[in-house]
Design a protein around this ligand. Structure first.
Ligand SMILES: Cc1cc2nc3c(=O)[nH]c(=O)nc-3n(C[C@H](O)[C@H](O)[C@H](O)COP(=O)(O)O)c2cc1C
Length: 194
């Protein structure tokens, strides 16, 4: 029997009990309600994640030479078909630890664009971005959307993806019941969409 389709929750906050995690858990409850497996990989569980050092090795081999906790993320990215990125805004973008993970996806970018793997994109993949910020500007989520767009592209996922942007959230106690329901409904729909 083939494995049940799964959704990977990529949590990019260093806070394991913060706003984005509470909403990602709720998103996950919607995924599970749709009968689809759900697991979370959070940068808050790892303390050995280097940024990209621009050594160029992955451009020759497709493999990153650093050899730290990023190995877990590479493995997850290459096997996942649905990924929801959940992140707070730190100065309009993902937190630096999450940016390290995005920058290190350069190894996958190299496989795709230098070595020619997954040139046409990985069929059946789909992404989603759930982002939260404490303020409420109109363009609040523009930078993170671009970062995540090209992150998904490196993974050979489509450049277009679903989004849920939630403003005015500084801590989990700010999240309204309606916002929790929105997150759950988004998870359900994401799991159901092929
Ligand atoms: C270093 C830092 C930078 C932040 N920058 C922004 C920002 O640019 N825009 C914004 O709306 N909120 C900003 N915030 C607020 C967080 O996005 C907000 O509190 C969020 O709910 C935290 O989510 P988390 O608990 O999942 O980490 C910042 C918070 C920190 C700690």
């Amino acid at each position: 029997m083939p494995d049940a389709p799964r959704v990977l929750g990529l949590h990019l906050s260093p806070n394991p009990t913060g706003t984005s995690r509470a909403l990602l858990d709720k998103f996950g409850s919607g995924v599970l309600e749709a009968g689809v497996g759900f697991s979370i990989l959070s940068i808050s569980d790892f303390n050995n994640l280097s940024g990209c050092v621009e050594c160029g090795a992955c451009g020759k081999t497709g493999q990153c030479q650093i050899g730290d906790d990023m190995e877990v993320f590479y493995q997850a990215f290459e096997t996942a078909f649905k990924i929801v990125v959940a992140s707070p805004l730190f100065f309009y973008d993902v937190p630096s630890q999450g940016k390290a993970v995005i920058d290190r996806s350069q190894a996958l970018w190299s496989k795709r664009y230098i070595l020619g793997e997954n040139k046409e994109g990985r069929k059946g993949t789909r992404g989603f971005l759930l982002a939260v910020g404490a303020t409420k500007g109109k363009d609040l989520f523009t930078p993170i959307t671009l970062s995540v767009k090209y992150f998904f592209d490196a993974l050979a996922f489509p450049r277009t993806f679903g989004t849920l942007f939630l403003r005015n959230l500084e801590r989990p106690s700010d999240i309204t019941e309606e916002q929790y329901l929105e997150a759950k409904a988004a998870g359900f729909e994401f799991a159901m969409t092929n």
